[in-house]
Design a protein around this ligand. Sequence first.
Ligand code: DGY
Length: 433
Amino acid sequence: PHSKIEQAKIVLEKNWQGSFTIPCEGLYPFQWNWDSGFIALGWAHINMDRAKQEIRSLLSGQWKNGFIPHILFHNESDSYFPGPEVHASYLSPHSPALKTSGITQPPVLGFVLEECFKISHNEELDFVREVFDAIYHNHHYFYTNRDPKNEGLVYICHNWEAGTDNTPVWDEIWKDLESPEYQLDRRDTKHVDASNRPSNREYQHYIHLIELFKSWKYDDGLIASNGPFLIQDPLFNAMLIKSNESLINLGNLLEKKEQVSQLRRWQQKAKESFNKKLYSKELGTYVYYDLRNERHLNYVSSSSFAPLFAGVPNQEIAEEMVRWYFEKGTFSGNKGQFLLCASFDPKSTSFDPKRYWRGPVWINLNWIIYRGLLRYGMKDVAEKIKHDTMYVLNKFGFYEYFDPRKEVLNTLDKGYGGNNFSWSAALYIDMLK
Ligand code: DGY
């Protein structure tokens, strides 16, 4: 029998495709953007060369305008819907020869690069130099195309861009969207239990948005003025801010003076606006802003806590937020009945502990929040979230997500969604090192 860490390495090894790592066999058979970022962190501990290849492969799909797509179709596979023909990235004048999707995912690459550099004991400066400009270009893309009011906050135009694909927050958008009833050729529900996945109606909205973008040739201006889904998301913006910070640190090492000053300007505005616009005093945490309908979406999800990782709140606000939600609060449960951290407010009537981003615990969000808690010196709660993370991974294995209800854990013999899921394995390795 292999030790758990050996098993984690085997997962990465099996999912390695020669130049990048798939998130999960069958369910996600291509290269995914933020998955690759977290996966690179795992590789960095065991095989730095593969971490570098992972990042290079992701950047090989970058568009000429700096955009980095959420899926890269390096290979062929018929186990996934929607594939390259649905996304049709060739419609955009910016897309490269490689087939990709035309939407993105949370920009983790900047901080992933800094982490890899640290894991290498600062040996990999040449690699940092090799990819720095491409990642900077990606940030430039966001601030010039995704911030129409010049606030320092960028929008996402599709729920898949959030990463938290089917969070109940989007229900608010879907209820006013009259998407046609597309014929769906779903494959995901052939691989895993349909009750763990988004509904067909939700998928019709997802496809409808893609069809709209295609009719606009993925033009950012048209999307900004006409897209029905235009959200300033706290997780997405926190990832961008954390990555700005990392690029500032790395840019200083490389003596990239101009880029560093530009990053600093973006950063200052971003943090200010984040606290002004996305912080809810009533809820004591960060929420979503719907730019299309000019309204806040006042829901609390695990994304609400991601700003800790990016150093957005001041110490007092951070401590209050953690006390309120994690210490006998909504997310821990008043009797401590939930593992940290459910992906959606366990007190909400929309909470579903089995269904994807509507409640289950996700390892990458736990990792982000864990790092955030350490940043603010909240060691006890940080240890608790680490403990809960290790607990589910040790007990069930490297599943995609897990039930947060402690009362049912002993009646279950597995996690939910895909098994042998790459970032669960990669972040297990990182959290143990
Ligand atoms: C999926 O297919 O569920 C992915 O999350 C989309 O990127």
